[in-house]
Design a protein around this ligand. Structure first.
Ligand SMILES: [Zn+2]
Length: 205
């Protein structure tokens, strides 16, 4: 069983580009990395943007979802690439939304707010009189996943700018490090299906 994994990563560009790779190492430019081979870890690094990890069918994906990616449909691209990789059914998919900048700290311009709202849901923008809109990127990712048919989603809920345990570009500036998230398949695909069952999710026949 591939309990250890070697990372595969992309040069991230805030695009909606999804790439499928089977070898570890640097894998090109894009923002969603789909891997089917056991022991190769799809990797994403962020410092305010949302890291999204998805397991579906015979593949896993690591997605870099900032406001541009969410507005551009990076999660839809990732799900399409996963379907091509192994007929992934969104109904059996599971997604994890990692720590990102929270709506408490993510003040944006009206133009950005409108784009992300249009691509997800009105609830993702918090508007109060006398201040700029605040955006909940993790909620936007969750709403988009639900619209794509992925209902089993968990969100960390942490704000990386409030919590010094994580890097935040808005707090730390150009010297900010990056938070990493990894996901990989073990050899036995039934192992990856065991987790949701233990949590009391849908039973897998
Ligand atoms: Zn915050």
């Amino acid at each position: 069983m591939a309990e250890r994994a070697s990372p595969a990563w992309l040069k991230q560009r805030h695009s909606a580009e999804a790439l499928r790779v089977e070898e570890p190492g640097f894998s090109g430019e894009g923002d969603a990395l789909v891997v089917s081979r056991p022991g190769v870890a799809a990797t994403v690094f962020v410092a305010d943007c949302v890291p999204v990890l998805i397991a579906a069918g015979e593949s896993v994906a690591a997605v870099h979802a900032g406001w541009r990616g969410l507005a551009g449909g990076v999660l839809a691209s990732a799900m399409r690439a996963m379907k091509r990789a192994g007929g992934a059914d969104p109904a059996t998919a599971e997604a994890w939304i990692g720590p990102a900048i929270g709506s408490c700290c993510y003040e944006v311009g009206e133009d950005v707010a409108r784009e992300v709202e249009a691509a997800s849901d009105a609830e993702v923008v918090i508007r109060r009189p006398g201040r700029k809109p605040h955006l909940d990127l993790a909620l936007a990712a969750s709403k988009q996943l639900a619209a794509l048919g992925v209902d089993r989603t968990s969100r960390s809920g942490r704000c990386v700018r409030c919590d010094p345990e994580w890097w935040s570009y808005r707090r730390d500036g150009a010297g900010a490090g990056r938070n990493y998230a990894f996901i990989w398949r073990t050899d036995d695909i039934r192992d990856t299906e065991r987790t949701p069952r233990r949590r009391g999710g849908r039973s897998v026949p």
